[in-house]
Design a protein around this ligand. Structure first.
Ligand code: ASP
Length: 293
C-alpha cells in the first residue's frame, strides 16, 4: 500500500464517520466514503478503474441499506465519475435494482452525474503491456487460446473499493464500486453489482462488502452467505472465515470482506495475500492496514 493510498483510506473513513457523527444515515456515509475513493484515481474504481480488453472502461457498483432492504446497482456503466451515486439513484429514483450497459450510462447522464475523464495514457500503456503479455489472438482458435492465457496470467486485483456503516438509528448499509479484474473480456461483469454477491445489508443481520475475483464470489453468493451466518447469531469474524474457507476449498477462489454486525462488531478478513482496508469508530485515529488476520 502506498502512502497516498493509506492517506486516502483514512480520509474516506473520516468523511464517512464524520457524517455518522452528525447524525447522517449509514447510506450517506457509505456513498461519501466510496465517492472519495472513486475520485482519488488510486484504486480500481471510478477515475482509477481498469480498462477491459477492448480499451473501454466499464464499471460496476452497488449500494444497499438494511432497514427496508432497498438496493440499487449499475453494471458496465461508462464515462461516469461516481458509479456508486448512479447505483444510489437506481435505488432511490426507480423501481428497479440493476441497470446495465449503455442505458445505465444514459440514466446517469439524465441525472447529470459528473463525467469521467478518458483513460490516461498510463492506463492505456498498462493495458497494451497486458495484451502483449498474453499475445494477440484472432479467430475461433484464438479465442480459446485467449481464455487459457487470461486464466494463466490473471492475478487477484484487490483495489476495488467498498464500505459498510452503522448509523445512530441502527441501520446498516453496504456499498462497492469497481473497474473489474485484470484482463477482462469486454462485457464481463463481476460480483460487485450483484446484490447478495458483492454487497448485502440487512438490519436483522449486518452489512457486507466484498472484493476479490468476482467469478468465485458470485458462485457462493458470498455477501448473502456471510449475512445469513450473522443472522443465525455467529460473530462477524467466524461468519466471514467460514465462507472464505468454503471459497478456498470448494472453488479455490480469492476474496476479502468487510463485515459489520448491527451491534457494531465488525471483521475484515481475506484469503488473499493482502487487502487494504481500515475502520474507525471515532476514537483515536482510523486504523488502516493491508493485512488482516
Ligand atoms: N470483485 C471485483 C470483480 O470481480 C474485483 C475486485 O474486487 O478487485 O469485478
Amino acid at each position: 500500500m502506498t502512502g497516498r493510498q493509506r492517506a486516502c483510506l483514512a480520509e474516506a473513513l473520516c468523511a464517512g464517520y464524520g457524517l455518522l457523527d452528525r447524525g447522517a444515515a449509514s447510506l450517506d456515509a457509505v456513498e461519501a466514503a466510496i465517492r472519495l475513493l472513486e475520485a482519488s484515481g488510486l484504486f480500481n474504481a471510478g477515475v482509477g478503474a481498469r480498462l477491459q480488453l477492448d480499451g473501454t472502461r466499464r464499471m460496476d457498483a452497488s449500494i444497499m441499506e438494511g432497514a427496508g432492504l432497498k438496493a440499487g446497482a449499475v453494471a458496465g456503466i461508462e464515462q461516469v465519475r461516481h458509479p456508486i451515486s448512479a447505483a444510489r439513484l437506481v435505488m432511490e429514483r426507480t423501481d428497479h435494482v440493476l441497470l446495465v450497459g449503455a442505458p445505465a450510462t444514459d440514466f446517469a447522464k439524465h441525472f447529470q452525474l459528473a463525467r469521467q475523464a478518458r483513460p490516461t495514457p498510463e492506463q492505456r500503456r498498462a493495458l497494451r503491456a497486458d495484451i502483449r503479455r498474453i499475445g494477440k489472438q484472432t479467430g475461433a482458435a484464438g479465442t480459446v487460446r485467449l481464455f487459457k492465457a487470461l486464466a494463466r496470467n490473471r492475478k487477484p486485483g484487490l483495489e476495488t473499493v467498498g464500505a459498510v456503516a452503522l448509523d445512530r438509528a441502527g441501520t446498516v448499509a453496504a456499498g462497492a464500486s469497481t473497474g473489474g479484474i485484470a484482463l477482462m473480456l469486454p462485457g464481463r461483469v463481476g460480483d460487485t453489482p450483484l446484490i447478495g454477491c458483492g454487497c448485502y445489508a440487512d438490519d436483522g443481520a449486518g452489512a457486507v462488502s466484498m472484493t476479490g475475483i468476482g467469478e468465485g464470489i458470485i458462485r457462493l453468493a458470498m455477501a448473502k452467505a456471510i449475512t445469513d451466518r450473522l443472522a443465525s447469531g455467529k460473530p462477524p469474524a467466524d461468519s466471514v472465515r467460514h465462507v472464505l474457507r468454503q471459497l478456498g476449498s470448494r472453488i479455490r477462489g480469492q476474496a476479502g470482506a468487510l463485515v459489520l454486525a448491527p451491534d457494531g462488531r465488525f471483521a475484515i478478513r481475506h484469503n488473499t495475500p493482502h487487502m487494504m482496508a481500515g475502520s474507525w469508530d471515532g476514537r483515536g485515529k482510523p486504523t488502516v492496514r493491508d493485512r488482516f488476520p
